[in-house]
Design a protein around this ligand. Structure first.
Ligand code: BEZ
Length: 253
């Protein structure tokens, strides 16, 4: 996945990823004295937002070197590291770990939850929001239809994301040791900016389903998907993707 992240495109065209982080920050309810970890910080905007709000001991990590390079360039005084959620080695360092729009990329959620749990101090909290069950299903189903039409084999194991239900994810949280104190699964229709909004989205994220296909096939699939989804997702002059989120809060007691 690493080589595919384009941090500039992410900042320019997908600012909504961090713009939508504000409600999860309300659940986090940060305190200025706390040591906080932003897991999957992207190019660092939420770290900066919290720092400016007075949270001085905040650190951002991301598995993508490109993202961290861009975060360091944008905010050279803030603390960022390249680290994978499943391989963190922090031991009881943080009062809170939060994560926005990232954990659907982590296909070994049990490992991530174990390392999040270990990284928290006793009494610490974990707050996260990411794609929940049924997320972007309309788009995914349309891509799969194109695979069938083009006789391209599709193996569910190549599905790039983990979109759990509340039951599935909170069970994993409990197994890791958390007391789950809140969980939500909700629709969050998401505008994709401009007339090429869906094409941009497919360019950035669809590619994870298009691995090993040649460029002409990808272009044909993307064009067909766009055309076929117009009746469902082009709403009053805008592309609106069928995002569904899961938001959770757990305590280490
Ligand atoms: C999401 O934020 O839900 C998401 C983004 C890209 C691909 C899949 C899901």
């Amino acid at each position: 996945m690493e080589q595919s992240w384009n941090a500039e495109l992410y900042d320019k065209k997908h600012g909504f990823v961090s713009n939508y982080g504000n409600e999860v920050l309300e659940w986090l309810d940060p305190n200025k004295e706390e040591q906080i970890l932003d897991l999957g910080c992207g190019t660092g905007d939420i770290v900066k937002e919290l720092h400016d709000a007075g949270v001085k001991k905040i650190k951002g990590i991301d598995a993508s070197e490109n993202m961290i390079m861009q975060a360091r360039e944008k905010y050279p005084d803030l603390s960022f590291d390249v680290k994978d959620a499943t391989m963190m080695t922090f031991e009881e360092e943080f009062d809170a770990v939060f994560s926005n729009a990232v954990l659907h990329w982590v296909k070994e959620p049990d490992k991530a939850l174990d390392s999040i749990y270990r990284s928290l101090k006793s009494g610490g909290r974990f707050v996260a929001e990411f794609g929940g069950k049924g997320n972007v299903q309309t788009i995914v189903e349309e891509i799969k239809k194109e695979f069938v039409k083009n006789s391209i084999p599709y193996d569910q194991a190549q599905f790039p994301w983990f979109f759990p239900s509340i039951g599935e994810y909170t069970t994993l949280m409990e197994k890791a040791g958390f007391r789950v104190i809140a969980a939500l699964h909700f629709d969050r229709p998401t505008k994709l900016e401009g007339e090429s909004g869906l094409q941009n989205w497919l360019d950035m994220f669809g590619q994870f389903m298009f691995q090993n296909l040649d460029d002409d096939t990808i272009t044909r699939i993307m064009n067909n998907v766009e055309q076929n989804l117009k009746s469902d997702l082009w709403i009053q002059g805008e592309w609106v993707a069928d995002y569904k989120r899961i938001r959770v809060k757990g305590l280490k007691e």
